[in-house]
Design a binder for this molecule. Structure first.
Ligand code: PMV
Length: 325
């Protein structure tokens, strides 16, 4: 059977960094994020006896660093559905692939929903979030709508994401900034596995529950200043850990730092702009929807910036009739 799904990416406010159980992507801490409309993935999955072998095409290519993980995820779906039929998968990202802009989150969320449906599984949102988490932890957060929390959980079934607020709850916007097209040299998987080597990691973890509560309160109150302060405090704590890993990991490029400095300058001018980034050099600037055009323009004029992508909060992963084959 054939099915297609469309999934948004999500960029975390409070980061998932470190795995308690790498086999099932059980995180060391809970996290918060929002689903974004400007960067997503559409995936079509077809399980059929007409295929002699599995085939997977991502962004028009059969060679991809994610292929091993994709194959493992398809095997998991087949095992859940108790089938051994071959599969054809075609997946298309709406943004530069392997750019460090959360492609694994939208990619594994879309693959989970389309794959589960195509395999004849009937999963609810919580079960889909758990399935997506197996592919890539952050994909758990791309399943529900809008502003999401991923519960750390104690085991496989208690670690999933849910929607705290719908996308239209707050007119927040995010400008994703592309500062390099080079692939990052330290994968996210490696980063997760090194976390415990930082002397600051336990201190970071100890502060997360309180930071999550503060951040949830800022979102509830739609308080951009409080939100932004916690957002930057969080990504700097994440960076402090990365700089003190053994071996250390430096994700930032000079243009990332230019963007961090620009945010401060914009705030001095009265525009509320706050930075974050994931395990890579591409910054994402959060701001209010009313300011996003001006902020995206200023970011576009910054030295080293290749491209900007404007995003607004959006719904989570859903089925679509727009099949890719
Ligand atoms: O889902 P993964 O394994 O690609 O890990 C994502 C880790 C960060 O992007 C750095 C943080 C996050 O919460 O998305």
């Amino acid at each position: 059977m054939k099915a297609s799904a469309k999934a948004p990416s999500n960029i975390a406010f409070i980061k998932y960094w470190g795995k308690k159980d790498p086999k099932i992507n059980l995180p060391e801490n809970g996290s918060l994020a929002v689903c974004l409309d400007g960067m997503g993935t559409v995936t079509t999955v077809d399980f059929s006896d007409q295929y002699e072998a599995d085939s997977v095409v991502i962004d028009g290519q059969t060679e991809n660093i994610e292929l091993g993980r994709v194959q493992k995820h398809i095997d998991l779906i087949r095992e859940m559905a108790q089938i051994n039929t071959s599969v054809k998968v075609i997946s298309q990202n709406s943004f530069p692939h392997s750019s460090g802009l959360a492609s694994s989150a939208s990619g594994f969320a879309a693959l989970s929903m389309a794959g589960a449906k195509a395999a004849g599984l009937d999963l609810d949102q919580k079960q889909l979030s758990i399935l997506a988490r197996h592919g890539s932890g952050s994909a758990a957060r791309s399943v529900p709508d809008g502003f999401v929390e991923w519960y750390q959980g104690k085991d496989d079934q208690s670690s999933y994401a849910y929607s705290m607020f719908p996308p239209d709850y707050w007119d927040l916007a995010a400008v994703a900034v592309l500062v390099t097209k080079q692939k990052k040299d330290v994968s996210t998987t490696t980063g997760h596995s090194l976390t415990s080597s930082s002397p600051f990691y336990q201190t970071r973890l100890a502060g997360i529950p309180n930071r999550i509560e503060q951040m949830k309160q800022a979102i509830k109150e739609r308080d951009i200043e409080k939100f932004g302060q916690i957002l930057e405090e969080e990504v700097l704590s994440f960076t402090a850990v990365n700089l003190t890993l053994n071996p250390y990991v430096l994700y930032l490029e000079p243009a990332t730092i230019q963007v961090m400095k620009l945010c401060q300058k914009l705030r001095d001018e009265g525009l509320q702009a706050y930075f974050t980034f994931d395990a890579g050099p591409q910054p994402v600037v959060y701001c209010l929807g009313k300011d996003v055009a001006e902020i995206a323009k200023r970011l576009g004029q910054t030295e080293g910036v290749i491209q900007t992508i404007v995003n607004h909060p959006t719904v989570g992963t859903h089925l679509t009739d727009e099949h890719l084959f």
